[in-house]
Design a binder for this molecule. Structure first.
Ligand SMILES: NC(=O)c1ccc[n+]([C@@H]2O[C@H](COP(=O)([O-])OP(=O)(O)OC[C@H]3O[C@@H](n4cnc5c(N)ncnc54)[C@H](OP(=O)(O)O)[C@@H]3O)[C@@H](O)[C@H]2O)c1
Length: 315
């Protein structure tokens, strides 16, 4: 069968022949119908993700849509790679796709939709009427974060991003205000401060934008305060590190947590969120743009800037 195969860290995967996968205990072979190309796939292949494998060559792709042998359409997670004509998955990791939702949209929304909902509900513990800042709101996950924060009852949503055109469209998805990130540090700091305080920050960027925002939280007096900002670190497209002083932590209400595999909700909760997210997309209440590309063109699109649209590879 054909698959997107990575031969060395940092390479672009090649579309080539590989043996058909053999199911292990409790596993099924699925016909893959749609596999999204996510930043996670890129980082795993680049060797820059904490879970990057040294065991190469390997088929890329983790989450996809496909058909079980009885024809059921499901979302699944494949331990052996999903950017292929066939993949194996544990039966327990297969979630039926509802009627009326295309495989490509279902596959595309799974990673950004479920992770964003879980980050808001599970890690940020977002409460109605709270004020939310989305750092990196112009990306696929950021656009979903704006919509889900609104749906979960946020009182004010501020969307911060770099791409001017995508940023301008975010009020249409529920943002109450936008902040352009491409400005000098002092001006960006002033733009964050002009918005007042935030209860929750969902951060897809880290690096310089996060560092500038965090610097606005500290105080230089001895006034006792109790307001907190729950900052949830989800992605790091702008940088792997920030500098964080002890003074800042002691003089601010910053509460810093991450969202990822090390702190995910229980499996049953993830199943529920997967169903909720697919239902919202199927009913048009959650908007997401996808670009369908044949798997054979994987090398052409691997490093393309997605500009808020998710590329979905079709075997
Ligand atoms: N922890 C999890 O479970 C989880 C789940 C989903 C996603 N993520 C992570 O979250 C991040 C975003 O994912 P995504 O799917 O939204 O990706 P995406 O669609 O490719 O969006 C990337 C975003 O990063 C911005 N960006 C890139 N470099 C930047 C820089 N130097 N300065 C400022 N902004 C910059 C882009 O801005 P422009 O629009 O201006 O290019 C865009 O908003 C990725 O790191 C991804 O791995 C984590």
């Amino acid at each position: 069968m054909k698959a997107a195969v990575l031969h060395a860290p940092g390479d672009v995967p090649r579309f080539e022949d590989v043996p058909e996968p053999e199911p292990g205990e409790g596993q099924e072979v699925l016909q893959v119908t749609a596999c999204p190309l996510t930043n996670l796939d890129r980082m795993l292949a680049a060797g820059t993700h904490f879970a990057s494998s040294a065991n190469l060559p390997a088929v890329c792709g983790t989450l996809a849509a496909g058909r079980l042998s009885d024809g059921t359409r499901v979302l699944f997670r494949s331990p052996g790679g999903a950017m292929a004509e066939q993949a194996v998955a544990n039966r327990a990791w297969c979630t039926p796709i509802p009627e009326g939702l295309d495989d490509d949209l279902a596959a595309a929304v799974q990673n950004p939709g479920v992770s964003t909902w879980a980050a808001l509900e599970w890690r940020a513990k977002l409460r109605p009427d709270e004020r939310v800042l989305v750092l990196g709101a112009t990306g696929v996950a950021g656009r979903i974060a704006v919509q889900l924060a609104k749906r979960l009852g946020a009182g004010r949503i501020v969307a911060a991003g770099r791409n001017t055109d995508v940023l301008a469209a975010l009020p249409g998805l529920g943002a109450d205000a936008t902040i352009q990130l491409d400005q000098p540090d002092d001006e960006l700091r002033a733009a964050f401060r002009a918005e007042g305080s935030f209860d929750v920050v969902l951060d897809y960027l880290w690096g310089r934008p996060a560092e500038v925002f965090i610097s606005t939280l500290g105080h230089t007096d001895m006034v006792l305060r109790s307001a907190c900002t729950r900052f949830v670190q989800v992605g790091s497209t702008a940088g792997a590190n920030v500098s964080l002083s002890a003074d800042l932590l002691r003089s601010s209400g910053l509460e810093l947590v991450g969202f990822g595999t090390g702190n995910a909700p229980p499996a049953a909760e993830l199943d529920r969120l997967r169903g909720e997210v697919m239902g919202l997309v199927a009913s048009g209440q959650l908007r997401m743009d996808v670009r369908r590309v044949p798997l054979a063109q994987v090398h052409e699109v691997w490093n393309l800037d997605q500009k808020g649209t998710r590329t979905v590879l079709i075997p």
